[in-house]
Design a protein around this ligand. Structure first.
Ligand code: DWN
Length: 414
């Protein structure tokens, strides 16, 4: 069975240039229950390519979104910083766009209602769209109207026909997750009212390359975006970006503001030219900027393994992980880390606790295990939440415990 695509998912050109090949990997969020530990796990190639025609970076595996998103273990509300970012966004959007009871906010990939709940509190009608039935149930229970479905042009036509076109469409950490990107963006064009605004957040490819964030590569991230490529994709479907904000979330993300191409009310703002200039300075309009990433991944992998070998084998120290994040799965599996080096991984998400990480099969336990076992090192797998996690676990210093971040190079912190 040909389990990969040969053509760029946006422009259709042949995908012949490697960005990085991470080998055959299990799905990063496919946590294992104890009774399935000895069963084979589906693996898929995690081979990221660069389209040399449109410069879209993308993996080529054929993985059905139904396989990934129908029963989804990631709940956005388990990060205080992420929830605070969402709250601030809602307040600012209401003021900037003059949203009120006659408006409608539609969020694609609305997860557990972490963002739309703030618009509900502001008295603004909302509609969440999310394919994960388990997560959508949590949103509905929190009072956030949510439809369990994938989004695309057909869904958009249905929403418009039902009078659910939007003044504001939000899609945070979603544009990377939709394999048929042309259908998804065509849907955005349809569901956005004339004069409406579309905002989306996504990790910035420039930061991924610069900081060797190879662990953010996994199958549910089909694409890895630069502004220059995303402008091209939106433009093909009659949308244009008029501003960009740089955010610290998820290792360095961008928030784009877009509107209908023909909408005269939004002049380009400085944030867009700033990011365009940064990408130009980084040479991201040239293929050479993407070369060499694989070699830097190998260096980062060697450094982490050297730390683990020194800490556990030579010094007989105990290392535990924090954050059963999707990125943690990629990191552990690319580096071949197992229970002989890391005892367990802490995660506060109820849907993850008591299960095992895909591939490495490290057990996922509650935070109380830390006080009980008094580990020497906390390997922060969810390094994008480093500050929040180090505050939460500050007590480990009582017994000389220390924190380690794995990238861009394994580093022991205070
Ligand atoms: O694109 C995606 C990003 C936005 O979020 C999704 N594909 C999936 C997900 O990626 P991730 O799993 O790498 O996300 P996080 O936010 O880095 O995961 C953090 C993990 O750590 C979660 O399982 C929650 C957990 N956590 C915790 O238990 N206690 C996090 C914090 C901050 C905590 O205090």
């Amino acid at each position: 069975m040909n389990d990969t695509v040969a053509a760029c998912r946006f422009c259709g050109s042949a995908l012949e240039t490697d960005f990085v090949d991470l080998g055959s990997m299990p799905l990063a969020n496919n946590f294992i229950t104890r009774d399935k530990l000895d069963k084979p796990e589906p693996h898929y190639p995690l081979h990221v390519k660069l389209c040399t025609k449109c410069l879209l970076v993308q993996h080529n595996a054929i993985v059905s979104p139904e396989n990934i998103f129908t029963d989804y273990p990631y709940f956005s509300s388990y990060s205080a910083a992420w929830c605070e970012q969402a709250r601030r966004y809602a307040l600012t959007a209401k003021q900037r766009l003059g949203l009120g009871p006659a408006s409608r906010v539609v969020e694609i990939g609305s997860n557990d209602g972490y963002l739309l709940r703030h618009f509900v509190e502001l008295g603004i009608p909302v509609l969440g769209i999310d394919p994960a039935r388990n997560v959508a149930e949590v949103a509905r229970a929190a009072g956030v109207p949510t439809e369990t479905r994938f989004f695309g042009a057909a869904a958009a036509r249905d929403l418009v026909a039902r009078g659910c076109a939007a003044d504001l469409v939000v899609a945070n950490n979603v544009l990377a997750h939709v394999p048929d990107i042309n259908d998804a963006i065509a849907g955005l064009k349809l569901v956005l009212k004339p004069g409406g605004v579309f905002t989306a957040e996504f990790p910035h490819l420039l930061r991924l390359i610069r900081e060797v964030q190879f662990d953010t590569i996994y199958h549910e991230h089909f694409f890895y975006y630069s502004i220059m490529v995303l402008e091209r994709i939106l433009s093909r479907h009659g949308l244009r970006i008029f501003n960009v904000e740089e955010l610290p979330s998820h290792g360095g993300s961008l928030r784009i503001f877009a509107c209908h191409q023909e909408d005269p009310t939004h002049a380009e703002e400085p944030g867009l030219s700033r990011v365009r200039a940064a990408e130009e300075e980084a040479g991201m309009d040239r293929i050479e900027a993407y070369a060499g990433f694989a070699a830097r991944v190998k260096e980062a992998r060697s450094a982490l393994l050297a730390f683990l070998d020194e800490a556990t084998r030579r010094m007989a120290k105990r290392v535990v992980g924090f954050g059963a994040a999707a990125k943690g799965s990629t990191l552990l599996n690319v580096c071949g880390v197992d229970g002989s080096q890391v005892d367990y991984v802490v995660d506060e998400t109820p849907a993850k606790r008591g299960k095992y990480l895909p591939g490495s099969h490290l057990p996922i336990v509650g935070i109380e295990a830390v006080r009980r076992t008094r580990p020497d090192y906390i390997l922060i797998l969810a390094w994008n939440h480093k500050d929040e996690i180090m505050r939460k676990l500050a007590y480990v210093r009582e017994w000389g415990g220390r924190f380690v971040v794995p990238l861009p190079r394994a580093t022991v912190l205070g």
